[in-house]
Design a protein around this ligand. Structure first.
Ligand SMILES: [Zn+2]
Length: 409
């Protein structure tokens, strides 16, 4: 584990200044050197020097400028190009693993999804590491430089150590995912690439803000609806993760006192009503504790079968209650919904949630926040991993870094 130095030498100061320029240009593409100097507080000559370096390394590109008669040549607009630079994001789900390679702007260059072979920590971590290592090797074979890897995990994560503390839907306690992954990356010749492990909904929230449209909706609450239900909360451009990384575990807020049992040990949690297993159970599509996804999809497509539609509508209605509570707790500018329950249930699930939230709003005479679906759909967490790795790289000493480089040792 290494922390960046608090006081730095020239190289370190330079890297901070480079990051400042990159962040400014990611937020507002097309700024000139003079405007960058103005906004960063750096001198024009420092900006010119750093811009030259960033252009040479492929981070930046210059846009063409028109020469306009008596006005002469306009200042050259700069933008982040990320030529030959790539990021990798991954999601370890309760039933599948997704891996994506992206550009610095969040364009998905490649994506892969495979079923999780086994939930035993050793086997699952190895499968995750194999897939991430293979994708990383593929990226570097194309001649691109891999800047970082971000991995989303379904539970509370100790980000500094890459340890998943509690993942009820995997049955895991204190599994060192980060170190296992880093060890296998080293064996694959990728020792220099930093790895960040984080809660899945947190990453999806970061992906929405880092790669989403501008201006950013802030505060933003991302609610992930899958077998587990959780939230990522962005406040003032930073993730709010709580004292131990467990903030946003809203799937375990209570919907019904002494209600249905939940995997966390409590009763009446939101997850016991909204989680995909709860939906599958209500729809008669839970086979030996596993969600029959194909069966659920077939039922939804069959106009004569209404049980699955009713199950998703009831779960959506319960989700609406959760959204109401998130609204009054965080007063977000937007709520973003993602996860496979949303993909599977579609409008049966989503409309019921939005209707319930709107009804609460009408009762109180206040308009609820905008609710929208995740920009990256099922890839939201994996793409969020890539976004997180980029953020960590560009804000190495910001107090929102959330994760430190997991060094193999
Ligand atoms: Zn619970």
């Amino acid at each position: 584990m290494t922390r960046p130095p608090i006081t730095g030498d020239q190289t370190y100061v330079k890297s901070i200044n480079r990051n400042v320029l990159l962040r400014l240009l990611l937020d507002v593409p097309g700024l000139s050197r003079a405007t960058l100097a103005e906004r960063s507080g750096l001198t024009k000559s420092t900006v010119s020097l750093l811009a030259r370096e960033l252009l040479d390394e492929g981070w930046l590109a210059e846009d063409d400028v028109a020469v306009t008669g008596s006005l002469g040549r306009r200042p050259t607009p700069l933008r982040v190009a990320g030529r030959g630079l790539a990021l990798i994001g991954a999601e370890l789900g309760t039933d599948s693993i997704r891996v994506v390679a992206t550009s610095l702007h969040g364009e998905v260059l490649r994506s892969r999804a495979v079923p999780l072979h086994d939930r035993a920590p050793d086997v699952a971590c190895h499968q995750l590491a194999e897939l991430v290592t293979a994708e990383s090797a593929r990226v570097t074979r194309t001649g691109a430089r891999l800047l970082g890897i971000g991995v989303g995990l379904p539970g509370a994560v100790d980000t500094a150590h890459g340890v998943i503390q509690f993942a009820p839907n995997l049955g895991w306690h204190d599994v060192e995912v980060g170190h296992r992954l880093a060890r296998e990356l080293v064996a694959g010749g990728l020792a220099q690439v930093p790895v960040y492990c984080h809660n899945e909904a947190d990453l999806a929230a970061i992906g929405e803000t880092a790669f989403g449209s501008r201006p950013i909706d802030d505060p933003l609450v991302y609610v992930s609806c899958a077998v587990g239900v959780g939230a990522g909360i962005v406040l003032n451009g930073e993730l709010f993760t709580g004292a131990t990384g467990a903030a946003g575990e809203i799937g375990h807020t209570i919907l019904h006192v002494d209600g249905l049992p939940c995997t966390c040990g409590r009763r009446g949690c939101v997850e016991a009503y909204v989680g995909l297993k709860a939906v599958a159970h209500a729809a008669g599509r839970l086979e030996r504790g596993e969600v029959d996804r194909a069966g659920l999809a077939a039922d939804l497509a069959n106009p004569r079968a209404s049980r699955a539609r009713k199950a998703f509508a009831a779960a959506g209605d319960a989700l609406g209650v959760l959204l109401q509570n998130a609204w009054t707790t965080f007063n977000p500018r937007a709520i973003v919904l993602g996860g496979e329950a949303l993909t599977l249930g579609g409008p049966h699930f989503l409309d019921a949630a939005v209707d319930r939230l709107a009804r609460f709003g009408r009762d109180a005479g206040v308009a609820p926040p905008a609710v929208r679906v995740a920009k990256y759909g099922d890839l939201a967490v994996a793409v969020g991993g890539a976004a997180f790795a980029l953020n960590a790289l560009l804000r190495p000493v910001g107090h929102d870094r959330g994760a430190l480089r997991v060094n193999p040792d």
